[in-house]
Ligand binder design. Sequence first.
Ligand code: F0G
Length: 465
Amino acid sequence: MHFQPFSPKTIVEPFRIRSVEPVGFTTPEERKELLAQAGYNPFLLRAKDILIDLLTDSGTGAMSSQQWAGMMASDESYAGARSFYRFEEAVKDITGYAHVMPTHQGGGAEHILFHAIASAGKIIPNNNHFDTTRAHVEHCGAEARDLVIDEGADLALIHPFKGNMNVEKLAALIEKEGVARIPLIMMTVTNNSGGGQPVSMENVRKVSALAKAHGIPFFLDACRFAENCWFIKTREAGYANVPLIDIARELFGYADGCTMSAKKDGMANIGGFLAMNDSKLAEQCRSFEILMEGFPTYGGMAGYDMEAIAIGLYEAMDERYLAYRIRSIEYLGEKLQDAGIPIIRPTGGHAIYLDARRMLSHLSWQEYPAWSLNNGLYLLGGVRGVEIGSVMFGLQPDGSEKEAAHELVRLAFPRRVYTQSHVDYLAEVIVELDRQKDKLPGYRIVRQAQVLRHFTVLMEPVVGG
Ligand code: F0G
């Protein structure tokens, strides 16, 4: 008996589920009340009142049975714990960096690094800084400069590596400002603020060469390194048959160090690290680590967190898992595009980004269209995403308001949490909301903080609601 070859279209999740968690079903009337109580800020909702929570892919993933087993066998010694050495070995194996400092999350690593190298008058170039990364740079008095390629700013344009750095602009910046003003070059893989778009190995190689030629340290913001490597494998010539771990090793090899939030491609619920080759810088960072995070063999994590990450970093590079993850997001993207809904194209590594400026053209940027769209998703379908628009980026350090480059709603997918039927439901909600979008009101700010205001801002709808 010989069957004909068969390529199923169904996305089979490469795991089966043996521990389940109920999701929060609510009625439309309840959601209206709950959102009003939360000051129309989805960050202030209780997670139990959300059906599908796509606020972030950070720390929200499901761990594997292997990770839980590792956690049970962890060593909680204050200094020199076995779990630290396991964690260090995994990080060194993948990145090749000589010094590994555990931190409580990615922001902890950024805090230490920027404290050591950034100060007033300095500029940190990056393809795109993530919002809290930018805040860390600015907190040290330095300037965060985004130099993504022009194609990266065009939401609908198809390009395989829209996260790439504009190397010419970077060279011109170094030329103009001088090496003394640029203590570090960073690249975020994948580029979260730019749509979860990957950077190519070729681009990283070029940035690395330029950094070396000027003696400027080059670091990766490596939160989503495995997803980026998957795109290199599937989109860049010469990598189709290279094992993912070797792609990762090559990628890290071009840089002098990295900051990492293990809440993403570390497959853990908390944790991160700072890693680097430079011994002198490492010594400086370690002293500050003790002050801010903890002793250098735990740095703000429990032994069991380090175990979970040591295992999770390898699970994130599992090609079956990556194929399922990236395909689920692409699948949702296809459904939305078939319905004429504008999104960032091509779909990226961890999220779908809805283009609210195009979708809600009846609202001006001062009415915060992406905020309104995100609230609409909750009201209609119990779905929570996050606004990446003029609420997140509009408030300037001098207190003035500026229109953000884009008005986006990001729907970020927790790792190994949702199934295809959740994705089908999401598509239904978004398509239905698009049909009724004229009902979505503008919003006005009632109360706000001066830094990272989107987390705590209180809003009200301008009409009706
Ligand atoms: N860098 C990037 C590119 C990130 O996406 C994040 C976090 C961080 C750094 C900071 O890491 O949260 O562990 O301190 N991004 C999450 C998000 C919060 O929703 O995109 P952290």
